[in-house]
Ligand binder design. Structure first.
Ligand code: ATP
Length: 223
Protein backbone atom coordinates (compact mmCIF):
# COMPACT_ATOMS: atom_id res chain seq x y z
CA UNK A 1 0.00 0.00 0.00
CA UNK A 2 1.39 3.42 -0.97
CA UNK A 3 -0.33 5.30 1.83
CA UNK A 4 -3.62 5.68 3.64
CA UNK A 5 -5.34 9.04 3.17
CA UNK A 6 -8.23 10.24 5.32
CA UNK A 7 -10.58 12.67 3.58
CA UNK A 8 -12.53 15.27 5.51
CA UNK A 9 -14.97 17.27 3.42
CA UNK A 10 -16.96 20.27 4.58
CA UNK A 11 -17.72 23.89 3.96
CA UNK A 12 -14.98 25.10 6.33
CA UNK A 13 -16.74 28.45 6.65
CA UNK A 14 -14.35 29.01 8.43
CA UNK A 15 -12.02 26.20 9.49
CA UNK A 16 -11.74 25.89 13.29
CA UNK A 17 -10.00 23.89 16.01
CA UNK A 18 -12.70 21.19 15.92
CA UNK A 19 -11.66 20.35 12.35
CA UNK A 20 -7.96 20.70 13.10
CA UNK A 21 -8.02 18.58 16.24
CA UNK A 22 -9.95 15.91 14.34
CA UNK A 23 -7.27 15.96 11.62
CA UNK A 24 -4.55 15.59 14.26
CA UNK A 25 -6.40 12.68 15.90
CA UNK A 26 -6.65 10.96 12.51
CA UNK A 27 -2.89 11.34 11.97
CA UNK A 28 -2.20 10.01 15.47
CA UNK A 29 -4.58 7.08 14.85
CA UNK A 30 -2.38 5.92 11.95
CA UNK A 31 -3.60 7.65 8.78
CA UNK A 32 -0.57 8.80 6.76
CA UNK A 33 -2.24 11.91 5.40
CA UNK A 34 -5.39 13.89 6.09
CA UNK A 35 -6.90 15.98 3.32
CA UNK A 36 -9.31 18.75 4.16
CA UNK A 37 -11.60 19.25 1.17
CA UNK A 38 -13.67 22.45 1.03
CA UNK A 39 -16.79 21.77 -0.99
CA UNK A 40 -18.98 23.48 -3.53
CA UNK A 41 -22.48 23.91 -2.22
CA UNK A 42 -25.42 23.20 -4.55
CA UNK A 43 -27.27 26.38 -5.51
CA UNK A 44 -30.50 25.30 -3.76
CA UNK A 45 -28.77 24.89 -0.39
CA UNK A 46 -27.78 27.72 1.93
CA UNK A 47 -24.57 29.15 0.54
CA UNK A 48 -21.44 29.56 2.68
CA UNK A 49 -20.86 33.12 3.87
CA UNK A 50 -17.31 33.21 2.53
CA UNK A 51 -16.36 32.54 -1.09
CA UNK A 52 -14.73 29.26 -2.12
CA UNK A 53 -11.41 31.10 -2.56
CA UNK A 54 -11.50 32.50 0.95
CA UNK A 55 -12.53 29.18 2.51
CA UNK A 56 -9.72 27.38 0.72
CA UNK A 57 -7.18 30.06 1.66
CA UNK A 58 -8.14 29.76 5.34
CA UNK A 59 -7.81 25.96 5.25
CA UNK A 60 -4.37 26.32 3.62
CA UNK A 61 -3.25 28.83 6.25
CA UNK A 62 -4.44 26.57 9.07
CA UNK A 63 -2.60 23.56 7.58
CA UNK A 64 0.60 25.61 7.27
CA UNK A 65 0.17 26.63 10.88
CA UNK A 66 0.05 22.95 11.89
CA UNK A 67 3.35 22.19 10.16
CA UNK A 68 4.98 24.61 12.60
CA UNK A 69 3.77 22.49 15.52
CA UNK A 70 5.50 19.33 16.62
CA UNK A 71 4.42 16.17 18.37
CA UNK A 72 7.06 14.07 20.16
CA UNK A 73 9.76 16.07 18.45
CA UNK A 74 8.37 15.54 14.97
CA UNK A 75 6.80 18.24 12.79
CA UNK A 76 3.06 17.86 12.39
CA UNK A 77 3.02 17.27 8.65
CA UNK A 78 0.58 15.45 6.41
CA UNK A 79 -2.49 17.57 7.04
CA UNK A 80 -3.21 19.35 3.79
CA UNK A 81 -5.87 21.27 1.87
CA UNK A 82 -7.21 19.75 -1.34
CA UNK A 83 -9.10 21.99 -3.78
CA UNK A 84 -10.37 19.08 -5.89
CA UNK A 85 -14.06 19.93 -5.33
CA UNK A 86 -13.60 23.66 -5.91
CA UNK A 87 -11.87 23.10 -9.24
CA UNK A 88 -15.01 21.40 -10.54
CA UNK A 89 -17.79 23.88 -11.08
CA UNK A 90 -20.44 21.46 -9.83
CA UNK A 91 -22.06 20.42 -6.57
CA UNK A 92 -19.72 18.20 -4.57
CA UNK A 93 -20.76 14.56 -4.47
CA UNK A 94 -18.45 12.34 -2.44
CA UNK A 95 -18.59 9.48 -4.96
CA UNK A 96 -17.62 11.80 -7.84
CA UNK A 97 -14.74 13.22 -5.78
CA UNK A 98 -13.54 9.72 -4.91
CA UNK A 99 -13.64 8.69 -8.58
CA UNK A 100 -11.49 11.69 -9.49
CA UNK A 101 -9.05 10.96 -6.67
CA UNK A 102 -8.81 7.33 -7.77
CA UNK A 103 -7.79 8.55 -11.26
CA UNK A 104 -5.07 10.76 -9.77
CA UNK A 105 -3.57 8.47 -7.13
CA UNK A 106 -1.58 5.22 -7.34
CA UNK A 107 -3.91 2.22 -7.46
CA UNK A 108 -2.89 0.84 -4.07
CA UNK A 109 -3.63 4.07 -2.19
CA UNK A 110 -6.05 3.52 0.69
CA UNK A 111 -8.79 6.12 1.03
CA UNK A 112 -11.09 6.69 4.00
CA UNK A 113 -13.90 9.22 3.86
CA UNK A 114 -14.62 10.68 7.29
CA UNK A 115 -18.10 11.85 8.29
CA UNK A 116 -19.94 12.80 11.45
CA UNK A 117 -22.81 10.62 12.65
CA UNK A 118 -25.32 13.28 11.53
CA UNK A 119 -24.27 12.60 7.93
CA UNK A 120 -24.31 8.84 8.59
CA UNK A 121 -28.03 9.07 9.36
CA UNK A 122 -28.81 10.24 5.85
CA UNK A 123 -26.22 8.18 4.01
CA UNK A 124 -28.86 6.26 2.05
CA UNK A 125 -29.76 9.52 0.28
CA UNK A 126 -26.24 10.16 -1.00
CA UNK A 127 -25.76 10.41 -4.74
CA UNK A 128 -24.76 6.97 -6.17
CA UNK A 129 -24.09 5.60 -2.70
CA UNK A 130 -23.83 2.03 -4.07
CA UNK A 131 -20.56 3.08 -5.75
CA UNK A 132 -19.01 4.33 -2.51
CA UNK A 133 -17.41 1.31 -0.80
CA UNK A 134 -15.63 0.02 -3.93
CA UNK A 135 -13.84 3.38 -3.89
CA UNK A 136 -13.12 4.01 -0.20
CA UNK A 137 -13.60 3.08 3.43
CA UNK A 138 -16.05 5.01 5.55
CA UNK A 139 -15.11 6.38 8.98
CA UNK A 140 -17.99 7.62 11.11
CA UNK A 141 -17.18 9.83 14.06
CA UNK A 142 -19.84 9.81 16.74
CA UNK A 143 -20.95 13.30 17.68
CA UNK A 144 -23.62 12.19 20.13
CA UNK A 145 -26.20 11.52 17.44
CA UNK A 146 -26.89 7.90 18.46
CA UNK A 147 -29.20 6.07 16.11
CA UNK A 148 -30.20 2.42 15.75
CA UNK A 149 -30.54 1.03 12.27
CA UNK A 150 -32.56 -2.08 11.50
CA UNK A 151 -31.07 -4.67 9.14
CA UNK A 152 -33.26 -3.62 6.25
CA UNK A 153 -31.71 -0.16 6.11
CA UNK A 154 -28.58 0.61 4.09
CA UNK A 155 -26.78 1.61 7.28
CA UNK A 156 -27.83 -1.62 9.03
CA UNK A 157 -26.57 -3.72 6.12
CA UNK A 158 -23.28 -1.87 5.86
CA UNK A 159 -22.70 -2.28 9.62
CA UNK A 160 -23.38 -6.00 9.36
CA UNK A 161 -21.29 -6.61 6.25
CA UNK A 162 -18.47 -4.08 6.35
CA UNK A 163 -17.82 -2.94 9.94
CA UNK A 164 -14.35 -3.66 11.25
CA UNK A 165 -11.70 -2.55 13.76
CA UNK A 166 -9.41 0.43 13.19
CA UNK A 167 -6.25 -1.70 12.77
CA UNK A 168 -7.91 -3.69 10.02
CA UNK A 169 -9.40 -0.66 8.28
CA UNK A 170 -5.96 0.99 8.19
CA UNK A 171 -4.73 -1.99 6.15
CA UNK A 172 -7.56 -1.84 3.60
CA UNK A 173 -7.68 0.36 0.51
CA UNK A 174 -11.52 0.45 0.48
CA UNK A 175 -14.69 -1.43 1.42
CA UNK A 176 -14.58 -1.20 5.23
CA UNK A 177 -16.50 0.83 7.74
CA UNK A 178 -15.80 1.88 11.29
CA UNK A 179 -17.58 3.92 13.95
CA UNK A 180 -15.27 5.79 16.29
CA UNK A 181 -16.24 7.19 19.67
CA UNK A 182 -13.84 10.06 19.88
CA UNK A 183 -14.14 12.96 22.22
CA UNK A 184 -14.70 15.96 19.98
CA UNK A 185 -14.46 19.64 20.73
CA UNK A 186 -17.80 21.34 20.95
CA UNK A 187 -16.99 24.03 18.39
CA UNK A 188 -18.73 24.82 15.13
CA UNK A 189 -18.22 27.26 12.31
CA UNK A 190 -21.69 28.62 13.06
CA UNK A 191 -20.51 29.57 16.55
CA UNK A 192 -17.39 31.27 15.19
CA UNK A 193 -19.39 33.19 12.62
CA UNK A 194 -21.81 34.41 15.27
CA UNK A 195 -18.95 35.62 17.49
CA UNK A 196 -17.33 37.41 14.57
CA UNK A 197 -20.59 38.97 13.42
CA UNK A 198 -21.11 40.41 16.89
CA UNK A 199 -17.60 41.84 16.80
CA UNK A 200 -16.44 39.47 19.55
CA UNK A 201 -13.05 37.85 19.30
CA UNK A 202 -12.77 34.20 18.31
CA UNK A 203 -9.27 33.81 19.73
CA UNK A 204 -8.11 30.21 20.22
CA UNK A 205 -11.07 28.84 18.24
CA UNK A 206 -9.03 28.96 15.06
CA UNK A 207 -5.34 29.76 14.49
CA UNK A 208 -4.38 33.45 14.74
CA UNK A 209 -3.27 33.41 11.13
CA UNK A 210 -6.86 32.55 10.12
CA UNK A 211 -8.27 35.30 12.33
CA UNK A 212 -5.87 37.74 10.72
CA UNK A 213 -7.08 36.67 7.28
CA UNK A 214 -10.70 37.09 8.35
CA UNK A 215 -9.99 40.60 9.62
CA UNK A 216 -8.03 41.55 6.52
CA UNK A 217 -10.87 40.55 4.16
CA UNK A 218 -13.63 41.59 6.57
CA UNK A 219 -15.31 38.19 6.38
CA UNK A 220 -18.33 37.29 8.53
CA UNK A 221 -18.95 40.88 9.52
CA UNK A 222 -22.63 41.04 8.69
CA UNK A 223 -23.87 37.55 9.48
P1 ATP B 1 -21.35 24.79 10.35
O1 ATP B 1 -21.43 25.21 11.79
O2 ATP B 1 -21.20 25.95 9.38
O3 ATP B 1 -22.45 23.83 9.94
P2 ATP B 1 -19.20 22.92 10.98
O4 ATP B 1 -18.42 23.55 12.06
O5 ATP B 1 -20.12 21.78 11.38
O6 ATP B 1 -19.97 24.01 10.13
P3 ATP B 1 -18.30 21.80 8.46
O7 ATP B 1 -17.44 22.58 7.54
O8 ATP B 1 -19.69 21.59 8.09
O9 ATP B 1 -18.14 22.44 9.93
O10 ATP B 1 -17.62 20.41 8.81
C1 ATP B 1 -16.66 19.73 8.05
C2 ATP B 1 -16.47 18.38 8.68
O11 ATP B 1 -15.92 18.54 10.00
C3 ATP B 1 -17.78 17.60 8.87
O12 ATP B 1 -17.49 16.24 8.60
C4 ATP B 1 -18.12 17.79 10.33
O13 ATP B 1 -18.82 16.66 10.85
C5 ATP B 1 -16.73 17.90 10.96
N1 ATP B 1 -16.75 18.74 12.16
C6 ATP B 1 -17.36 19.91 12.34
N2 ATP B 1 -17.17 20.38 13.59
C7 ATP B 1 -16.39 19.47 14.21
C8 ATP B 1 -15.83 19.37 15.53
N3 ATP B 1 -16.05 20.29 16.46
N4 ATP B 1 -15.08 18.29 15.82
C9 ATP B 1 -14.87 17.35 14.87
N5 ATP B 1 -15.36 17.38 13.63
C10 ATP B 1 -16.10 18.43 13.28
Amino acid sequence: MTKHIALLGGTFDPIHIGHLRMAIELRLAGFDEVRLIPNNVPPHREQPKASAEHRLAMVQLACEHLTQQSINGEALTGIVADDIELKRDQPSYSVATLELLRQQLPKDTALSWVIGDDAWDSLHKWHRIEAFLPLANLVIINRGHENQFSVDTLQGQWLKQHATELDNLLECTNGKLIRLNWRLLDVSATYLRSLLAQGQGAQLLTPDVVLKYIAEYQLYKFD
